[in-house]
Design a binder for this molecule. Sequence first.
Ligand SMILES: [Zn+2]
Length: 200
Amino acid sequence: MAASGQDGIYPGDAEVTDDVELAGVPDAFQRLWTPHRLAYIKGGQDKVTSEHTCPFCRAPHLSDEESLIVHRGTTAFVLLNLFPYNAGHLLVCPYRHVPDYTDVDDAETAEIAALTQTAMRVLRRVSNPTGFNLGMNQGVTGGAGIAAHLHQHVVPRWGGDGNFLPIIAQTKAITQTLGEVREQVATAWSSDDDPARTTP
Ligand SMILES: [Zn+2]
């Protein structure tokens, strides 16, 4: 049997469409098209052309309340993500405007790791998450919102937090304002720094 579009067994190119009658061969996947997200991501990337337009370079020059910073270290600092996946979603950033994990020196590497551990301890004390996602998205292709300035995500997780809302309504239910969360986390962080703290 000839597998040809000419013999009437297989449809010709003009007849091959998906459910919304766009050209192409249908497959088993359903797709949620979000072109507005691409415009948003690309728009954000285009604006970060140098240290002068980088929000992570600007943040340390602002007050903690304005920048959502919860802790300032020696080579790195910690702030709330302005677009959180969950309440308490933190970012650990080196002060230096470097894009790649291989760009950070030994002191920065050690402090980013230590701040990530403290962030987990502090978030456990503040909001009792049952899990975490930690990680760095490297490059635009890797999903980094601001690829030019390295940042480590610390995302607290609770059972059932990934419900249907983000998927069908593009809505994430977050029940606290960023200001309230910053205040709670910053206060808990100060007590974590306390040398009198007995917990290792
Ligand atoms: Zn920067």
